[in-house]
Design a protein around this ligand. Structure first.
Ligand code: S3P
Length: 748
């Protein structure tokens, strides 16, 4: 059978379209061209429209006598009312007596509440055969001449069936719209009208009003000569069908007035800000709007900020290679420092300028959270960010829960900082973050007087009740955690009296250093840090060094590939972060720190790494907190080393973005390495890495570690679920390829 014959076989029912304008004409033509129905019949008021519909092949035939055509219809047939919203009552009134109750009726109006009310008026009650519908598609052209059979492809159609609507009719309408390429979404009538008032009706009112204002302002239309692309783009919709929009304005007046009032209020505030030359207010509106405009599709899907909207999964594929790695490279900015720069910059007085900011999803989640709480933040633009600080007590309640994606650091540090605010906040995260332990911050914060509710087992979401007076405490950390230390110190800024944190082993001290940089007194005595509440932060400049945790993958890569010689530029080498250098050196790696200097209160160096044979070691436990994020990469080094590497005292790895001990052990075993997980560590026998498929469990560092393994594997490795690499290392694959990795990305 040929294509048409197969299609003919599937054809079902007849389609009668009343009103052959843009929507009705496009639907008729699409249904006809896709052989969806036995016959497509057109009904229109004007003879010229009917003639054109026949001439353009939009319908199979037109109904010379509509009542007759309607009487022919029965079960399985569909009538679509595609007439202006306010005409539906009259049209339905005329057709009703000729329509069998088995015929499916739907409409295409942009307002659903008024249509349902009209149908109820005409019938006395909404009949089960009526399925209210709204295709969200259009064009500034109208009329049958503008009909386009692809108009609905990849567009949404909202159906708003009522309790009394029969499922078989809904199903028939759904099939029709899906048949012409649309995605069908059900929605309650009221919700539809509110959503559309905001996203469609309001912009149309604005566009009409703007063009009309300018047209009146300049009777000679002289200014339109200078109307460039922006004006044309913005006002395109003012070219839409006036009757249709007149009807919409009146039919959905209540919802439209609601959003129009909101906009008018906001607009008046913007006007005032311009009059007052209030730069902060103006920049606030523009930067927030730009961010929302750029990311709204992703925000809507609760997707990460940098993930391409269409990509649901990313696989890395490595091919074996023996060529050495070479070149100089700068990996993205330090994640820990980037988070803290936004937090302290937002609470400071004045404008904090940041360079080298990590434009990864985790730090962008923190940035968005502070925008949501009223800080005006310009950028990031090539790593540059300017934050107009609001002062210690200047944050405002966010419009909804703060969504922190994959970022444990954001949630834990914010828990401390937000415990001291006057407003309530809820914080949520993705699947991985929603499993991570929060009790470790909730416990000390509660001792300080904070009120925090968690989900089951102390996991997110966190709900923080504002307005609680905090008091300073002396907290002895039960585990070596910079996040917990930082959360307590940040709450300490708002606490009455002094707060101290004592740690069992040194952990990264970026919070303490940066507080000092913002002019906030911090006292460090041995393993204890102390601050007093009630002080102020003064804006400053921050140069974020490259992240040693990202550099670690290249340190291991260059160490294990013979002949390699690379330089990693401007890497942060704070001694609380250089465990990876110490451990690799102990294994025999050839690493030198060049050009050691200080940038913005943090030690920085260029790191040269040359290939060297590695040997297995027992990793000293005091190095564990100093290399806590680098173990996935170090496990690859261990797999390539001569002999056995033993890690103990690293139970924390089990509660990172994934259980990193289990995830790495599983992957390494798949690749032929003998790796034995232990409660608080792992034992790895060096050996030959083979090919295979491994799971990253959505953990960025596991994904990158196995990409490094691919360099020396005997066969190709597929690494699943790598999309979260963008949380800490956007552009990893491209940079890796640049220095010599044989790595491809596969998006599905
Ligand atoms: C971080 C501290 C560490 C680290 C995380 C970032 C920070 O977590 O693993 O990636 O920025 O303070 P813990 O404090 O839980 O060890």
């Amino acid at each position: 059978m040929n294509e048409k014959a197969i299609a003919d076989n599937n054809r079902r029912g007849r389609l009668l379209v009343v009103g052959l304008g843009l929507i009705g004409g496009s639907l008729a033509q699409a249904a006809r061209e896709r052989y969806l129905c036995l016959e497509v019949i057109g009904v229109a008021r004007r003879q010229a429209t009917l003639d054109q519909a026949i001439e353009n092949g939009i319908v199979d035939r037109v109904a010379e006598d509509p009542p007759d055509a309607l009487r022919e219809l029965g079960e399985g047939d569909v009538v679509v009312l595609s007439v202006p919203t306010l005409a539906i009552g009259q049209v339905l009134g005329e057709l009703r007596q000729h329509l069998d109750p088995a015929v499916t009726i739907t409409d295409a109006a942009s307002v659903k509440g008024s249509v349902v009310a009209t149908v109820r008026d005409v019938y006395g009650a909404v009949p089960p055969q009526f399925v209210p519908g709204h295709p969200i598609a259009g064009s500034e052209q109208s009329g049958v001449g503008a009909a386009n059979p692809d108009l609905f492809v990849d567009h949404r159609v909202i159906l708003t069936p009522l309790a009394e609507t029969a499922p078989e009719h809904v199903e028939r309408v759904r099939r029709l719209w899906e048949g012409v390429g649309a995605t069908v979404t059900p929605m309650p009538v009221d919700e539809h009208d509110e959503v559309l008032a905001a996203t469609s009706h309001l912009p149309h009112m604005l566009a009409y009003s703007l063009v009309d204002t300018l047209a009146k302002m300049d009777e000679n239309r002289e200014i339109f000569r200078y109307a460039a692309g922006g004006f044309r783009d913005f006002t395109r919709i003012a070219g839409s069908d006036p009757v249709m929009w007149h009807d919409i304005a009146l039919s959905n007046s209540e919802a439209i007035l609601g959003v129009l009032d909101l906009l008018t209020e906001n607009f008046a505030a913007l006007r005032q800000a311009i009059a007052d030359r209030d730069s902060d207010y103006i920049m606030g509106v523009f930067t927030r709007a730009r961010e929302a405009r750029t990311h709204f599709a992703k925000m809507l899907d609760r997707k990460a900020y940098l993930e391409p909207a269409e990509a649901s999964s990313l696989t890395y594929c490595t091919q074996p290679r023996a060529l050495p790695l070479a070149g100089r490279l700068r990996v993205p900015g330090d994640k820990s420092i980037s988070h803290r720069s936004v937090m302290l910059g937002s609470l400071a007085e004045g404008i904090t300028r940041i360079s080298g900011f990590l434009e990864g999803e985790d730090s962008l989640a923190t940035l968005q959270a502070f925008r949501d709480m009223g800080a005006v933040i310009e950028g990031p633009d090539h790593g540059e960010v300017s934050i107009h600080g609001v002062g210690m007590n200047g944050l405002s309640p966010p419009p909804g829960p703060l969504y922190l994606g994959n970022s444990g650091t954001s949630m834990r540090l914010l828990a401390g900082l937000l415990s001291g605010q006057r407003f309530d906040v809820e914080m949520t995260g993705d699947e991985s973050l929603s499993r991570r332990p929060m009790k470790r911050v909730v416990d000390p914060l509660t001792q300080m007087g904070a009120q925090i509710e968690t989900g089951d087992d102390g996991t997110p979401p966190l709900f923080i009740r504002g307005g609680q007076p905090l008091k300073g405490i002396d907290y002895v950390l039960p585990m070596a955690s910079a996040q917990v230390k930082s959360a307590v110190l940040l709450a300490g800024l708002y606490a009455d009296g002094e707060t101290s944190v004592t740690e069992p082993a040194p952990t990264r001290d970026h919070t303490e250093r940066m507080l000092g940089g913002f002019g906030y007194p911090v006292v460090r005595e041995g393993d204890t840090v102390r601050i007093a509440g009630g002080g102020k932060l003064r804006a400053c400049t921050i140069d974020v060094p490259a992240d040693i945790s990202s550099a670690a993958f290249f340190m291991v890569a260059a160490s294990i590939v013979p002949g390699s010689d690379i330089v990693l530029e401007h890497v942060g080498v704070n001694p609380t972060r250089t465990g990876v250098v110490n451990i690799l050196r102990a294994m025999g790696a050839d690493i030198s720190l060049l050009n050691e200097r200080e940038a913005g209160g943090e030690p920085v160096a260029d790191i040269r790494v040359r290939h060297a044979p590695l040997r297995g070691i027992h990793i000293p436990e005091d190095q564990v907190p100093l290399a806590i994020d680098e173990f996935p990469a170090l496990f690859i080094a261990a797999s390539c080393a001569e002999g056995r590497t033993v890690l103990t005292g690293a139970g924390e790895l089990r509660v990172k973005e994934s259980d990193r001990i289990q995830a790495m052990a599983d992957g390494l075993c798949t690749l032929g390495i003998v790796a034995t997980p232990r409660e608080d560590g792992i034992e790895i026998e060096g050996g030959e890495i083979r090919g295979g498929t491994v799971e990253s469990h959505g953990d960025h560092r596991i994904a990158m570690a196995f990409a490094v393994a691919g360099l020396v594997a005997t066969d190709s490795i597929n690494i699943n679920d790598c999309q979260n690499v963008a949380t800490s290392f956007p552009g990893f694959a491209a940079l890796a390829v640049k220095v010599g990795f044989n790595l491809t990305e596969l998006r599905e």
